[in-house]
Design a binder for this molecule. Sequence first.
Ligand SMILES: C[S@@+](CC[C@H](N)C(=O)[O-])C[C@H]1O[C@@H](n2cnc3c(N)ncnc32)[C@H](O)[C@@H]1O
Length: 217
Amino acid sequence: MTSEHALPAPAHPGVAGSTPTTGARRAFLAAAVRRPGQIGAVFPSSPRLAGLLASVVPSHGAPVVVELGPGSGSVSAPIADRLPAGGRHLAVELDPALAAYLRRSRPGMEVVDGDARELTSLLAAREAGRVDAVVSGLPWSLFGQADQRAILAQVSAVIGGEGAFTTFAYTHTLAMSSARRFRRLLHEAFDEVVITRTVWRNVPPAYAYVCRRPVTA
Ligand SMILES: C[S@@+](CC[C@H](N)C(=O)[O-])C[C@H]1O[C@@H](n2cnc3c(N)ncnc32)[C@H](O)[C@@H]1O
């Protein structure tokens, strides 16, 4: 099933997230200047977009949640707000300085210095086989087709038939072939792809993809 419609506003008050701190903004900007081709953004996701991305995190039980490309933690905040006490939150970040910043600022999160392209082995090393949700902040439009496919295949493998996957795209990137290809790959990889309303107050405006039931799981 493929549908494009607005998701309801997050029911959980904490899910809307909070405005990034000055320290988080500085850490993000420094990384964006240092590695523009890896960060793919100048501003962290807004609380509204972050809340949409985190809405798939189960709020009961002991879920395992994986965040890809957490940056300075703008999406980590609403994930942590939603996560129940027994849950695990693993965050895979390629930039060592951002990973170090997250380790200091988010002690409850398991920060994994690593590459999302090696997702399954990174999780196996941490005995996190079954994953309930993967929340991605990765800059997909900067990746080639092989990397987009490889990461989506690993996300599909780890969430299986029961889990959920969210990610986002900037509205202006739909003019780029890599972003259009990524959308096509999502529709190939998942039985359900919901495209949320545009968050106009994000800079730049963006929307989220909420995906379930990988076709290969
Ligand atoms: C656009 S920023 C998003 C940051 C944050 N999630 C947000 O929404 O504000 C992209 C993040 O993905 C990280 N990243 C890029 N490629 C990666 C990869 N292959 N594996 C893990 N992280 C990666 C970057 O270092 C950066 O922190």
